[in-house]
Design a protein around this ligand. Structure first.
Ligand code: ADP
Ligand code: ZN
Length: 593
């Protein structure tokens, strides 16, 4: 959303306040100046003048203001006629006329009336100058400041992979020449992807802290402007500041606000210009310059493809929600400044807070300390943590915490099923990790790594993928019986059915149907009988996948249970850990035999 530039707004507010103060003063002044005037009548005044008691009279705006010889002041409503003037002169009264409407207030209003149009124009120009920053050769981007970089990697817990990936960046910033001499190209654009509050800002700051270089921060939304060219000018000045302070880290939070997909916004050309400027600056930094730009987003799929192209933000680091061990570590970091009672068990608190981000755990710790303080205690107890958890949860609907132990076991078994079958099907994509940390709509998931961009896919791989999809439900059945299975497999079935249907109608992989491209045919072009046979074939293929999954899981039951158990304990397992667990169960089984 476009916003008004902030500085002109402040200037406007100050001006309005000054004007109001002036008008207030004018009203008071007008009042007090005339406060000692006594109203009198026309005829009474003429009589007084006749007695020689009136020294002067000033006509303004239809009234006369008279000053008597003894200092008394009178006000009278009177027409100014030639006769009146003659009479006054005859009595030696000094006559004056006030120009225009009388009073400070009235004069102010009339002046404002005349200058208002100029004032508006001046304000607009002033606004442009101030927010345009160096675009107009004055002012500077104020939101950029080198922040204290006391933060180090030890302050950020539970994100070891991300820290590992950033170590090279730290090395580069510490000693850029070493990399240059080796002819190595270090990624200058790093994108941190993950939900809010997982420590992305902290990581960037810690990288600067570890390298001992300045840290500049800005947010993508700072560059969303109403006036064309302003956003681009801000980007330019931001990068200029960074280059002048190199080596340094430039952090851009919420980069999606600045570099979202094109053509989705109303103020089109402004966004386009700002984005283009960012691309130009990134390219300049990659060419040379000891600036590393770290950007953060929680939706990388929203970013314009040009931003992600090689040489720009081409290094992506995922910063996910912490698992139970990560949560324990984060709680430890934040509890560092508290005095804990011996009954506080970080492990237990971590277990009770699945799906909490680092920021929420920091908040939880603070709430616990507050809870103790409210009762006049210095020592924080487990009860304080419990109370804090309730407070933090208030208002946040979190399905995962409402899960019963039985439901968690079901989810663990389901995900373990996917993981084990994909491990046992060499054709399927390898497992990256399995998790039962809820995210988005899913209660758990198995992340697989597709091996590069495939041009074509074999029938064997498709069958393996279908078996892997079926394995979640198959595992539930095996562990809990067929009347205990859940609705959790809906998305799995949709994926499997979709693959099977395309095998039959598009890829000619069903002997029964043959090599007819039914998918491309006109709707209604196929006979009812053919439609029925297609459905039968799809069903046969998904059934075959289900049978395959069941067979694999039945023969490997111990491995299934082992993985499910480990998932319940640790919430997240890497592909390597899953393979290890499966192998260990196998060894045990052969030993026993
Ligand atoms: P993000 O940039 O991902 O939205 P921040 O880095 O701003 O998150 O984190 C906000 C706050 O949450 C931090 O100041 C810190 O107190 C806490 N926090 C978040 N993640 C972690 C973590 N991994 N370790 C320790 N504290 C964390
Ligand atoms: Zn599933």
């Amino acid at each position: 959303m476009p916003t008004l530039p902030k500085r002109p707004l402040i200037a406007l507010a100050v001006l309005a306040a000054l004007l109001a103060a002036w008008l207030g003063f004018a009203a008071w002044y007008d009042h007090s100046r005339r406060a000692d005037e006594r109203p009198t009548t026309y005829s009474a005044l003429i009589e007084q003048a006749g007695r020689g008691e009136i020294a002067s009279i000033t006509f303004a705006n239809g009234s006369g203001h008279a000053v008597a010889a003894d200092g008394g002041r009178y006000r009278v409503v009177m027409p100014v006629t030639d006769d009146l003037l003659k009479e006054m002169r005859a009595h030696k009264v000094a006559i004056a006329f006030d120009e225009g409407p009388g009073g400070l207030m009235a004069q102010t209003v009339s002046v404002l009336d005349r200058v208002a149009p100029f004032l508006v124009v001046a304000l607009l120009i002033g606004g442009l100058l101030m927010s345009g920053g160096q675009f107009f050769g004055m002012g500077r981007a104020t939101r950029v400041r080198p922040e204290d970089t006391n933060t180090v990697f030890a302050d950020v817990a539970g994100v070891d992979e991300a820290k590992e990936e950033l170590r090279e960046t730290v090395q580069f910033l510490k000693d850029p020449r070493r990399f240059a001499m080796a002819g190595a190209r270090v990624p200058k654009g790093i994108l941190l992807v993950g939900p809010p509050g997982t420590g992305k800002t902290m990581l960037a700051k810690a990288a600067a802290g570890e390298a001992g270089v300045p840290f500049f921060a800005a947010s993508g939304s700072d560059f969303v402007e109403m006036f064309v060219g302003l956003g681009a000018a801000r980007v330019r000045s931001l990068f200029k500041t960074a280059r002048a302070n190199a080596p340094c880290i430039l952090f851009i939070d919420e980069i999606d606000a600045l570099a979202g997909k094109r053509g989705e916004s109303t103020s089109h050309s402004e966004r386009e210009q700002t984005l283009n400027q960012l691309l130009v600056e990134m390219d300049g930094i990659v060419e040379g310059g000891e600036v590393v730009v770290i950007a953060a987003t929680n939706r990388s799929e929203m970013l314009d493809a040009a931003v992600l192209r090689p040489g720009r933000f081409d290094r992506h680091i995922h910063v996910g929600l912490p698992d139970v061990a990560g949560r324990e570590a984060i709680l430890g970091v934040h509890a560092g400044r508290l005095t804990l009672a011996p009954d506080v068990c970080a492990r237990t608190v971590a277990r009770g807070t699945p799906g909490f981000s680092g920021a929420e755990l920091a908040n939880l710790t603070n709430e616990a300390a507050l809870s103790a303080a409210r009762q006049g205690r210095v020592i924080v107890t487990m009860a304080d943590y419990e109370a804090a958890k309730d407070r933090v949860l208030m208002g946040t609907e979190r399905r995962s915490l409402a899960l019963t132990a039985h439901e968690r076991r079901l989810i663990a078994v389901h995900e373990a099923g996917h993981a084990l079958v994909s491990l046992r099907c060499p054709q399927a994509d390898p497992i990256h990790k399995a998790t039962i940390i809820p995210r988005g709509g899913a209660l758990g998931m198995v992340v697989r790594l597709p091996e590069g961009d495939r041009v074509s896919v074999s029938r064997a791989k498709l069958m393996a993928d279908i078996a892997v999809a079926m394995a979640g439900r198959a595992a539930e059945e095996l562990a809990f019986g067929s009347d205990q299975v859940t609705t959790g497999a809906e998305a799995d079935f949709r994926a499997a059915t979709d693959l099977a249907r395309r095998m039959v109608t598009a890829w000619g992989m069903s002997e029964e149907i043959g090599f007819v491209a039914h998918a491309a045919a006109e709707p209604g072009a196929r006979s009812e009988r053919t439609a029925w046979r297609i459905d039968e074939e799809v069903r046969r293929i998904t059934d075959e996948g289900m049978e395959h999954a069941r067979r694999l899981l039945r023969t490997d039951r111990a491995a299934l249970d082992g993985i499910a158990h480990a998932l319940l304990e640790r919430e997240t397992l890497t592909g390597g850990e899953i393979a290890e667990l499966a192998d260990r169960q196998e060894e045990r089984a052969t030993e026993a035999a």
